[in-house]
Write a protein that binds this ligand. Structure first.
Ligand code: ADP
Length: 499
């Protein structure tokens, strides 16, 4: 509905020489492949847009553009502070177009509009600015090697980066991946998720308006098994940064190994514990349990899908969580009073409902929700299970839906063991006022981020990455630059030095 939003037409790909290529016309009928479309369904189950579906040939074109821009273009060669200046302009345009971006996110994914306008989208320009400021602070080291030689290291951009991103935070994922890569001087191909390409495409359009040269950011929408796989196995892509499921992460690592051995970084699934100790404030604990498990309809890789409550306050916490869940408003994500929108698509919706069914059949007690709601759209009630045991599927698998599993524990030692008894290690939360317990448990849980008396507390300056099968490599924070840089050592002899 917004004429400024470039949907419904083939998506331009910058080819690095100032003009614009269109998607390859594989069937030769001159229409830019009208019959190769991804259909995007809104939360009302209506088709909202048709997007050109990128194939391997389109990824090839995009990589060619990125390669040209890296090997011969201005972006990696300009003074780093100039890159920072252009990135800041990009951040300004994100701020100026906040409402459009927020609306696109809501239309495309069912995320709550008020959250998008107040929290999600405002954070992404901050991420871009953070890395804009970092661009001219990328330095190597000097090396005093011996009396006969000395050297220095150069940190160089790794080259053409492939970013494969998921649908749950399409804009944030786009900026999270692109910002450090841009600061490092890389060029890139972005493969957004097939469920949510609209805001990444709009962001690429803003990047172009900001003055990021053609060929530096190339977005190829399309399906994972085709366009994503073409990125992962491309011989001319120098590294891949991926966020998504553990299953697909494994495929990407295989493809990278089988092609040009490109390094990969993987931010994958989780089954994160939130541990509530006896001394916790009941009200705060219940808020964190709900927010941790069900925020963004549970479609967050770090969500606290296992909530452990110490036995002394277990009953009280359960009661409070249910009381608060009753105030949760599921409905139209554009309505300002809504706290939970619909699941992203039918596949996820059915998957979540089947896990709920499993929970019931395995003997967990469903004490709240558990059903679809509304007549249209992929809405699921906030769902709370108690009497969940560690061996149940709902305590082991990543559900990616608004489902909370509450479990009781007795001692600190016990809960540390149980919290770690998962192949994942993405995040964890601790609710206590006892500083020593907080510190001890923080050190003992093998996960990339530990939130004490808070949850989902993200910051562009705070690195986050997985342990174990949640992946490796970090996003956010200065550490994220490392994925997009290569260290070169330069060594030279030194003569007649007494030192
Ligand atoms: P989710 O489970 O969150 O939907 P996926 O891991 O399936 O996440 O998808 C995350 C991203 O990975 C999406 O952009 C998707 O298109 C892409 N993808 C899916 N399958 C593959 C694949 N075989 N190779 C490369 N990318 C893929």
């Amino acid at each position: 509905e917004n004429p400024r939003i470039p949907v419904g037409s083939p998506i331009p790909i910058g080819d690095g020489d100032g003009d614009v290529n269109r998607f390859s016309d594989r069937d030769g009928d001159g229409d830019g492949d009208e019959n190769h479309k991804v259909r995007i369904r809104l939360y009302t189950e209506e088709v909202i847009a048709k997007i050109a579906e990128g194939a391997k040939e389109d990824v090839d074109l995009a990589v060619k553009a990125a390669r040209q821009a890296f090997d011969h273009g201005s972006w990696p060669r300009m003074p780093a502070c100039e890159r920072g200046k252009i990135m800041n302009k990009f951040a300004d345009l994100i701020d100026e177009n906040l409402e459009e971006l927020a609306a696109l996110e809501t239309i495309d994914t069912g995320k709550v509009f008020s959250f998008e306008t107040n929290v999600d989208i405002p954070s992404i320009s901050k991420e871009v600015r953070y890395f804009a400021g970092a661009a001219d602070k990328i330095h190597g080291r000097t090396l005093k090697l011996s009396t006969e030689s000395q050297g220095y290291t150069l940190l160089e951009p790794i080259g053409v980066v492939g970013h494969i991103i998921p649908w749950n935070f399409p804009s944030a994922m786009f900026t999270l991946k692109c910002s450090p890569a841009l600061a490092a001087g890389c060029t890139m191909v972005v493969k957004p998720a097939e469920q949510a390409p609209l805001s990444p495409l709009y962001l690429a359009h803003l990047a172009k308006l900001a003055g990021i040269p053609n060929g530096v950011i190339n977005v190829v929408p399309g399906f994972g098994a085709v366009a994503g796989a073409a990125v992962a196995s491309h011989m001319d892509i120098d590294c891949v940064s991926f966020t998504g499921s553990t299953e697909v992460g494994r495929l990407i690592m295989h493809a990278a190994a089988a092609s040009n051995l490109k390094p990969v970084s993987l931010e994958l699934g989780g089954k994160s514990p939130l541990v509530i100790f006896d001394d916790a404030n009941i009200d705060q604990a219940a808020d964190l349990a709900l927010f941790g498990s069900i925020a963004n309809k549970g479609e967050i890789c770090v969500c606290s899908s296992r909530v452990f409550v110490q036995e002394g306050i277990y009953n009280e916490v359960v009661k409070k969580v249910v009381e608060k869940a009753k105030t949760w408003v599921v409905g139209d994500p554009f309505n300002p009073s809504t706290t939970q929108g619909p699941q992203v698509d039918k596949k996820q919706y059915e998957r979540v409902l089947s896990y709920i069914d499993h929970g019931k059949r395995e003997g967990a007690s469903l004490i709240f929700g558990g059903k679809p709601c509304g007549e249209k759209g992929y809405y699921i009630e906030p769902t709370i299970f108690v009497n969940v045991t560690d061996d149940m599927l709902i305590a082991k698998d990543e559900i990616f839906g608004p489902v909370m599993a509450l479990m009781k524990f007795k001692t600190v030692e016990e809960v540390i063991t149980r919290a770690n008894a998962t192949p994942y290690g993405l995040a964890a939360g601790i609710v206590t006022n006892d500083l020593n317990i907080a510190n001890r448990v923080s050190r003992s849980i093998r996960a990339g981020v530990i939130w004490i008396n808070c949850y989902h507390s993200f910051d562009w300056g705070c690195p986050i990455g997985g342990y174990k099968m949640s992946g490796f490599g970090v996003d956010h924070g200065i550490e994220a630059l490392g994925k997009y840089l290569q260290t070169k050592s330069v060594v030279m002899p030194i003569y007649n030095s007494p030192w």
